[in-house]
Design a protein around this ligand. Structure first.
Ligand SMILES: [Zn+2]
Length: 385
């Protein structure tokens, strides 16, 4: 498909401001961006183009309407259509790439491949398969339990054989698993370091689920690529164990933090104590230079796969970001963090044609993301305009 879009206002995914001109798309790729108009191009005067959005933490197999993790459908004949429906809802909401951080039977990899082949519309997916966890640990029901390092490496090798794009490890306990405690570290630094090294030898990055401060520290020291949640849980409770030295080691290791602040966090805004605590943690992290990427943990109870655009203003509020900083975290920065920095996340020549056309000024108001006028994923027009 060739698509020539004229008279656009363009935000390329990293600059401070817009440029004006045309975007020429050939096949799945951006062929040219230039100031001049292009012959026979479509007049898009009044519209703003930005890169498609990236959700760096989702679970395609999980149904957000189900509370008990053991109640999820496993029957593939029912599960696959539900996953296809979620993927369609995501692209219709402007999400053109998502990183799937766990499932039990690699069904999300089948969905990834179906989307890549063009069989079904959906965001470009990169998938971790079964997360490595401790025995009885967080999300052990997905099959990635490991009692020691050698068992953990076996689980890792199995994921590679299945064709995963990255490795996920549960560095601490989590909320949705009965018997698991978010404050507790599940692996020591040596084990995590060996897992990171093995993943690296296969050209894969590691995402580490971390609520408790000890697990955050272990994961940072081990050199994981992204720390998920980063909730600073300590013995005194949620968010109360922020530690400057740990933030410093996150920065030194160039680890990204993926806070999974979803739209549901809106409800915490009325709790001033909580607002102050969360904002102060992010202020301190950012003062150290910790880099953030946007993520929702879609699939967990009440967190819907297509609600990234509802989450972004809430993320903006709690992390005290400007709209541009928030967009960076959902486009070019995110792409770089998840290993797709040379493929998507920006509107540049040679990049995948993943873009949204908006009516409004997203660098000043994120709410305009809620109603994209046009959506193009990998050169395919998802929303006609
Ligand atoms: Zn998750």
């Amino acid at each position: 498909m060739t698509l020539n879009l004229n008279h656009l206002r363009i935000w390329n995914g990293f600059d401070d401001d817009y440029q004006f001109g045309h975007i020429a798309i050939v096949g799945d790729c951006i062929k040219e961006i230039a100031e001049s108009a292009i012959l026979n191009g479509r007049d898009c005067a009044g519209l703003t183009a930005i890169p498609g959005l990236i959700d760096a933490h989702v679970h395609m197999v999980l149904d957000p309407c189900i509370r008990n993790p053991f109640d999820h459908i496993t029957d593939l004949e029912k599960l696959m259509p539900a996953m296809v429906e979620r993927a369609l809802a995501m692209v219709n909401a402007g999400i053109t790439t998502a990183r799937d951080l766990g499932g039990g039977n690699w069904h999300e990899l089948a969905l990834r491949d179906a989307i890549a082949r063009g069989d079904v519309p959906g965001p470009r997916l990169i998938c971790s398969g079964q997360p490595i966890t401790s025995v009885g640990g967080h999300c052990h029901f997905w099959g990635g339990e490991a009692a020691d390092l050698s068992a953990a490496l076996d689980i890792l090798e199995k994921q590679i054989e299945k064709g995963v794009d990255l490795i996920k490890i549960m560095a601490t306990g989590g909320n949705i698993t009965p018997g698991s405690r978010p404050v507790e570290a599940q692996f020591d630094t040596n084990t995590l370091s060996a897992i990171v090294a093995r993943a690296k030898s296969h050209g894969r990055h590691v995402a580490a689920h971390c609520h408790g401060v000890e697990g955050i520290h272990n994961a940072a020291k081990a050199g994981v690529t992204t720390i998920e949640h980063c909730s600073w849980v300590g013995k005194q409770g949620w968010g109360l164990a922020y530690d400057d030295a740990v933030a410093q080691s996150i920065v030194e290791q160039k680890t990204w933090v993926s806070p999974t602040i979803n739209a549901g966090w809106q409800r915490f805004k009325s709790d001033q104590k909580r607002v102050d605590l969360v904002q102060s943690n992010y202020r301190k992290m950012r003062a150290h230079g910790v880099q953030l990427i946007a993520s929702t943990d879609a699939g967990i109870p009440n967190v819907f796969h297509h609600h990234l655009v509802k989450a972004l203003p809430v993320f903006q509020f709690f992390a005290e970001l400007t709209p541009r900083e928030t967009l960076l975290a959902a486009t070019s920065s995110s792409a770089e963090a998840i290993g797709l920095g040379e493929i998507t996340g920006q509107l540049s020549c040679g990049y995948a044609a993943d873009l949204l056309l908006l009516d409004g000024d997203p660098l000043n108001d994120l709410s305009v993301l809620e109603n994209p006028v046009g959506i193009i994923v990998n050169g395919r027009l998802i929303k006609e305009f």
